[in-house]
Design a protein around this ligand. Structure first.
Ligand code: HSE
Length: 429
C-alpha cells in the first residue's frame, strides 16, 4: 500500500464542508483501503473561525487565508466549498491549479461560467479539476458520463436537477396551496438558496444542464446558450388542472444534440403522472441519459444535502489518491469546441389555459385561430365560470412552438381573452 497520505485542504466549512470532514472521519478506514492511502485533512479554512459548527474542528490545522492554503507546500488537493461563480472561489482555484495542486469543487456556477478555462489550466499543469458534486448532489452523473457511458454517442439528456423546485411543485400539489405560500415555507426550512432566483428562476438547473451537456456531447461548456424559464409563474390552477388531465409539472433541464447543433433548455413541463419523472417527489433529482448503444438510462438520488454532496466530493478525492488524473470534461479540454447552438423547436404537445368571456361564439373564435396556425386540439375542458369568465384548458396535438406562440400572441389580443394565456410544453418522457 502506498505510504504517503493525500493531504487535502478544505476551504469553506458550511453544511457541505462539515459533511466532508464528517465523511472522511467516519469512513476513514474504508476510504484508506479503497484509495490505497490515507486521505488526510491537513488544513481547513473558512471566513469565520469561531462560528458554531456541528463538529469540533479543533484537531485540524486552521489556515486563515485561503490563498495561503493554495500555496502551501504540504497540500496536494484544495477542496473548494465556498461557492459563487467569481472570487474568492475563482482565484483560489486558479491559484491552486497554477501551484500544481489538484482541485475538487462542488461549485456549479463557477464550473458553468469558467469551467473551460479552468479545465485548460488543470490540463496544462497536469493536475485534476474534479466536480462530481456540482451536479445532482449524490448522483454520480459526471462519472457516468465521463466513464461508464463514455463510448456511447449521446444524443439526449434531461433531468430534474433542482431539488428545491421539485419540492415546491410537489408541495403545491399535495397541499393545494399557491406558489408564494409554499415558497415561503421552503425558505423558512432553509431549502432555498440565498439568492432564490438561482433555484426558482431556473439558473441553478441551467448551470447543471450546461455541465451535463458538455460532458455528454463532448462540447465546450456553453452556459450562455441555455434558454431559461423558472417556476415563479406556475399557478396552483395549472398544477391541479394538469393533475386532473394525468400530468405533473416538473422543472426540467433538457439538452439535445442533432446534426444541426446543440440545444439547452430549462423550463417547466408537463410530464405524464405515471412516468418515472412524474413520480419523482420532493427534493429528489433524476437524470436520463440516452446513448446510441445503451439506449435510455435513468439515475435517481438526493440532489443536495451534506451526506450526498460529501459522497461525491470524497469519490473525487479517492480518484486523485489512486492516481487517476482524468480530463475534467472527459476529453482533452484544449480540443473541446463550442457547438452550434440551435433553438429547441421539436414538435411537442402543449397545455394551454385561457380565461375567456362567457359569450356565444367564444370557443369558435379560439379554435379558429388555433386552426389557422395548424394547431389541432387533442382534448379540452371548460371549468366553472369565475363571474363573467371561464377558464378553458386545452391539450394540443404535437405542434411547433413557433406556431403555438404565434397563435397565443394573436389570441391574447382579442377581447374574448381576459388574462394572459398560459402555455406549458408537454414532455412524453
Ligand atoms: N439549490 C440546489 C437544489 C442545491 O435545490 O437542488 C443543490 O445544488
Amino acid at each position: 500500500m502506498e505510504k504517503n497520505p493525500l493531504n487535502i485542504g478544505i476551504v469553506g466549512l458550511g453544511t457541505v464542508g462539515i459533511g466532508v470532514v464528517d465523511f472522511l472521519t467516519t469512513n476513514k478506514d474504508l476510504i484508506t483501503l479503497r484509495a490505497g492511502r490515507e486521505i488526510r485533512i491537513s488544513g481547513i479554512c473558512a471566513k469565520r473561525k469561531n462560528k458554531k459548527r456541528e463538529l469540533n474542528l479543533s484537531r485540524f490545522r486552521w489556515i486563515s487565508d485561503p490563498l495561503t492554503l493554495s500555496n502551501e507546500q504540504g497540500i496536494d488537493v484544495v477542496v473548494e466549498l465556498i461557492g459563487g461563480q467569481n472570487d474568492p472561489a475563482k482565484s483560489i482555484i486558479e491559484k491552486s491549479l497554477l501551484n500544481k495542486k489538484h482541485v475538487v469543487t462542488a461549485n456549479k456556477a463557477l464550473i458553468a461560467h469558467h469551467g473551460h478555462y479552468l479545465a485548460i489550466l488543470a490540463e496544462e499543469q497536469k493536475v485534476s479539476l474534479n466536480f462530481e458534486a456540482a451536479v445532482a448532489g449524490g448522483i454520480p452523473i459526471v462519472k457516468i458520463l465521463k466513464e461508464s457511458l463514455s463510448g456511447n454517442d449521446i444524443s439526449r439528456v434531461y433531468g430534474v436537477i433542482n431539488g428545491t423546485c421539485n419540492y415546491i411543485l410537489t408541495q403545491m400539489e399535495n397541499h393545494e396551496q399557491d406558489y408564494s405560500k409554499i415558497f415561503r415555507d421552503a425558505q423558512n426550512l432553509g431549502f432555498v438558496e440565498k439568492d432564490p432566483s438561482l433555484d426558482v428562476g431556473g439558473i441553478d438547473s441551467a448551470h447543471k444542464i450546461s455541465i451535463i451537456a458538455a460532458l455528454a456531447f463532448g462540447s465546450r461548456i456553453n452556459f450562455d446558450n441555455v434558454k431559461i424559464k423558472g417556476i415563479e409563474s406556475i399557478s396552483l390552477i395549472d398544477i391541479t388542472s394538469a393533475s386532473a388531465m394525468g400530468y405533473r409539472i416538473k422543472l426540467l433541464g433538457l439538452a439535445n444534440k442533432s446534426t444541426a447543433g446543440i440545444s439547452q433548455v430549462v423550463e417547466p413541463c408537463l410530464v405524464p403522472k405515471e412516468s418515472l419523472f412524474g413520480k419523482l417527489d420532493g427534493g429528489t433529482n433524476m437524470v436520463m441519459v440516452e446513448g446510441n448503444f445503451v439506449e435510455k438510462t435513468h439515475y435517481i438520488g438526493l440532489g443536495a444535502g451534506a451526506g450526498p454532496t460529501a459522497s461525491s466530493i470524497v469519490s473525487d478525492l479517492i480518484d486523485i489518491a489512486r492516481g487517476n488524473i482524468s480530463s475534467s470534461f472527459g476529453q482533452r479540454a484544449s480540443e473541446l469546441e463550442i457547438s452550434q447552438h440551435v433553438s429547441e423547436d421539436l414538435s411537442s404537445s402543449f397545455y394551454l389555459r385561457f380565461l375567456l368571456t362567457d359569450k356565444p361564439g367564444t370557443l369558435a373564435k379560439l379554435a379558429g385561430i388555433l386552426g389557422k396556425y395548424g394547431i389541432s386540439i387533442n382534448h379540452m375542458r371548460q371549468l366553472r365560470h369565475q363571474g363573467e369568465n371561464a377558464p378553458v384548458l386545452i391539450v394540443t396535438h404535437p405542434t411547433a412552438k413557433i406556431s403555438l406562440t404565434s397563435a397565443i400572441k394573436e389570441i391574447s389580443k382579442i377581447e374574448i381573452c381576459k388574462s394572459d394565456p398560459v402555455y406549458i410544453r408537454i414532455e412524453d418522457l
